[in-house]
Write a protein of this length. Structure first.
Length: 238
């Protein structure tokens, strides 16, 4: 299941709850997962975790949403941004900061789902990153997001990829694999294992249950940093 991190920057509790409910319904209908974080002001934006999609209110206290978007685009030109506001007069200006879309409150689910469909295509495109894994049977090109985990077996790396019955085997080291994979997506579970956080289904006291049914055990030294990283990734819910 594809997992995306969504940031809602909204000072109105009811509006934020509406967006969260719409996201939950859309996720259930489309078979995806959204990890939602809500910020009440744009002042919190610089310290927030990187997101795959941002919903931004314009009438925010302090720095308004348009000003925040202008600052955001100086550092981040790719994350899709959707303005959600009752200030419809800002619609044209919104496209000056490369806004993906513009929703006027109150946002009904039908309008939300239509626009969210476009946003999902953009997120899927942004998330597409492939790598070539050379094995004895040939070179396999896989989507990095489909790699569930990587483990070391003697001097070989085993790449467990969603949709493949058998792992892809190649010579290498865990440190080498770690350098090739996104640092914000993969964690070092033990000296011989890397896990894709997007494929974690359950976090247990001493292990991770992955969505392919595998169980990965923490080493003693890696347990605390892994749990801290997972908590940040899942929005502090662990």
């Amino acid at each position: 299941m594809a997992t995306y991190k969504v940031l809602i920057v909204e000072d109105d509790d009811e509006a934020a709850s509406t967006l969260s409910a719409h996201l939950a319904r859309f996720a259930a209908e489309r078979g995806v997962r959204f990890l939602v974080t809500r910020l009440s002001t744009a002042f919190e934006l610089p310290s927030a975790e990187a997101a795959d999609l941002i919903f931004m209110d314009i009438g925010l206290p302090g720095i308004n949403g348009m000003e925040a978007a202008e600052l955001l685009r100086q550092e981040n030109a790719t994350t899709p941004l959707i303005f959600v506001t009752n200030l419809a007069q800002y619609a044209v200006k919104g496209y000056q900061v490369d806004a993906l879309d513009f929703m006027v409150k109150p946002v009904g689910y039908g309008d939300f789902a239509m626009r969210m469909g476009r946003a999902l295509k953009t997120m899927e495109k942004n998330a597409t990153h492939t790598m070539a894994i050379a094995t004895t049977s040939g070179t396999h090109v896989v989507n990095v997001g489909d790699i569930v985990f990587v483990e070391l077996e003697k001097h070989d790396l085993l790449y467990h990829v969603a949709g493949l019955d058998q792992p892809l085997r190649r010579r290498g080291s865990i440190s080498g694999a770690r350098g090739e994979l996104p640092q914000d997506l993969f964690i070092t579970v033990s000296q011989g294992c890397l896990a894709n956080m997007a494929h974690v289904s359950t976090v247990l006291s001493g292990s991770l249950q992955m969505d392919d049914g595998s169980t990965l055990y923490f080493s003693r030294s890696r347990k605390k940093p892994c749990l801290e990283t997972l908590a940040r990734y899942f929005g502090g819910t662990i």
